[in-house]
Ligand binder design. Sequence first.
Ligand code: ADP
Ligand code: MG
Length: 238
Amino acid sequence: MASVELASISKSFGAVDVIRDLSLSVEDGSFCALLGPSGCGKSTLLRMIAGLERVSGGSVRIGSRDVTHAEPKSRGVAMVFQSYALYPHLTVAQNIAFSLSLAGRPRAEQRAAAERVARLLQLDHLLDRRPAELSGGQRQRVAIGRALVREPQVFLFDEPLSNLDALLRVQMRIELAKLHNEIGTTMIYVTHDQVEAMTLADRIVVLDRGRIQQVGSPLELYNHPANRFVAGFIGSPG
Ligand code: ADP
Ligand code: MG
């Protein structure tokens, strides 16, 4: 079953075509990386799935619903960005549960949800700290927790680790893979880093200038790159 289905979507900003007639089907429960160089349209594509950007043409389905014209909030997606802003005056627990507090859920329920999410992300011992008392990796985990608590149907990540140092990036990659194994939610992960895509994803979509160059497993792309661009970008001998 497809979790996200893009049918012939396009996006132009003025006269500039950023996404051109792109179709893609993301399987339910898969970890899909959108990989390509800076400026190729990855964020624009993700933002159209999230509903933060309108499509110029085509349609977007999430689960069984056509969400092409639906509000971001009603799409069942949660997005994690590279530059995440936590609320400095709120604790980790309150930051994680923020969407529940906005929705007017009882405090005990908010706390219980924050505790459950914190366990998944190894933040249990930090629930009562404030963001200023956390490391960069811990803050990024809180940002992921904030998305997790909403129990989305699909997670959208936009280069979430690129502000972290190299070692932390590797650790967080392992944790994201673990998280995906545990919760099984569909993840769509934008990155320009081929190593990140190769280690995290079960399917990689290679983009260049707003067009899909190839879709396949890491091994398929490595062993059988469809063209020179993919070969060069993946770093395979082909
Ligand atoms: P990526 O995330 O792959 O680096 P983006 O999706 O951010 O690429 O951008 C793709 C192209 O679209 C770039 O050329 C960028 O300048 C352009 N672009 C993105 N957003 C806008 C916007 N709001 N207005 C005009 N041009 C935009
Ligand atoms: Mg981007």
